[in-house]
Design a protein around this ligand. Structure first.
Ligand code: SF4
Ligand code: SF4
Length: 416
């Protein structure tokens, strides 16, 4: 595994000016204002349909939505540079159960208190340990690259089930993050390999839901930790405030796949990403090169399996295919419109490209060895792809025995 300097990384990926992205152009927001998109699907809800078949019974639907419950505790609503918004709500709730005048959960250090070792090296080590303690599976640091910060934020009003002429005209709001915020702590949350392998059911959706819930809570804890030390923190989860994937790559957490997802060395694309932006001085990590770009050039598995054919088969390009891609970055831009419309038609999220990707494997001795080869012997990439298909990896498991087979605490054997 090679570590890139930021200049080398820039040379590999950035081929033009980057226009900052307006959050209204994400495919979760476009049906809220773009009639050409909105009218194409009857209902944009991805609430999941209960059906009389395995993977879609009431208990599967219940597992999916219960797993997402953590996002509803008021912790997820932080999509603006508005430090302290969610922790203030929690503080008020806690204050109501302690005698007035006392503070049960302090946010600022007592007058005169000092951090024992405030060097960026020591703070970085503490922040990384705290992030893992609070629930992250991977953590990295990058300088805040403002090209990835949304130029505008946008809160789409409810649009599912409405007619085109009922769409509310909501403006996006210009966003700038004050200069003192120079750093970002980027975290990844593993999603269950076993649950994802039952794609495309509601049980595989539960894996994503749990990732979102875990990040909401961890982000909140980490932001509180930073504020308790007297620094500022903007708590931003998956699609909030800035584009997560380029930040995760700059923070040394992985590289970009053909399917447009982050691929991490340990969990492949099977992660959800969150970040906390801060003025706490930190030491950045270096972007990684472990052979992903070369591997994706010869592997088309995600493109072949994508049910809406939204993933590019050809070479990388800097040209966006709609306003929902960022131009100027050399990559495989997915067709976000057809992808999101497919979700709308199916009434649930899709995890196919994540589940079928050869980098999606359990972190066992056998797969670590294969990953070593894909990094150090890149000339064999076509062979590894063929082997992956031959061994039948990435195939969906029949859901009829899901509840009998599923062991949430399963330990993988070294050769699995
Ligand atoms: S999420 Fe599904 S529809 Fe969208 S690109 Fe991936 S495989 Fe295709
Ligand atoms: S399925 Fe293959 S081509 Fe697609 S992202 Fe994964 S490794 Fe790359």
């Amino acid at each position: 595994m090679k570590k890139f300097t930021l200049e080398q990384w820039e040379e590999k990926y950035i081929k033009g000016d980057i226009k900052r992205f307006d959050q209204r152009n994400t495919m979760f927001n476009r049906p809220g204002w773009d009639k050409s998109i909105h009218g194409a699907v009857d209902s944009w809800a991805i609430a999941g349909t209960i059906k009389d078949r395995p993977g879609y019974y009431l208990e599967d639907w219940a597992l999916h939505w219960a797993s997402r419950r953590g996002t509803l505790f008021g912790l997820f609503n932080t999509s603006k540079p508005n430090p302290g918004k969610s922790s203030m709500a929690l503080m008020k709730a806690m204050a109501s159960i302690v005698p007035s005048g006392q503070t049960m959960m302090p946010r600022q250090p007592p007058e005169g208190a000092r951090i024992h070792d405030p060097s960026p090296e020591a703070l970085t080590s503490k922040i990384k340990k705290a992030a893992l303690w609070f629930g992250a599976d991977l953590v990295g640091i990058c300088r805040l690259d403002r090209r990835w910060v949304y130029s505008h934020t946008y809160d789409a009003p409810p649009y599912s089930g409405t007619k085109d002429d009922q769409l509310l005209d909501v403006e996006s709001v210009p966003q700038d993050i004050p200069e003192e915020y120079q750093w970002a702590v980027v975290m990844c949350f593993e999603q269950s390999y076993d649950l994802l392998s039952y794609y495309p059911t509601l049980d595989s959706n539960a894996a994503s839901s749990m990732g979102y819930s875990r990040m909401a809570i961890t982000n909140h804890y980490l932001s509180a930790f930073i504020r308790n030390m007297g620094y500022k923190a903007i708590d931003c989860t998956t699609n909030d405030v800035a584009l997560s994937i380029p930040m995760a790559i700059q923070a040394g957490l992985g590289d970009l796949g053909r399917h447009g997802l982050l691929i991490t060395p340990k969990y492949g694309p099977r992660v959800r990403i969150s970040k906390v932006i801060t003025d706490l001085p930190l030491v950045p990590d270096a972007p990684l090169d472990f052979g992903v770009t070369e591997f994706c050039k010869v592997c088309m598995i995600c493109a072949e399996n994508c049910p809406s054919q939204s993933i590019l088969y050809g070479g990388r390009t800097t040209e966006p295919n709609s306003v929902s891609n960022v131009g100027g970055v050399l990559k495989w831009p997915i067709n976000a419109e057809t992808c999101r419309m497919y979700w709308g038609r199916k009434n649930q999220g899709c995890t196919v490209c994540m589940a079928c990707c050869p980098y999606n494997k359990p972190d066992t001795a056998f797969h670590r060895m294969v990953r070593w080869f894909t990094d150090h012997a890149r000339w064999g990439d076509r062979f590894y792809v063929r082997m992956d298909k031959l061994f039948g990896y990435g195939k969906s498991k029949p859901a009829d025995k899901f509840w009998e087979e599923w062991d949430p605490k399963r330990k993988f054997k070294p050769w699995e």
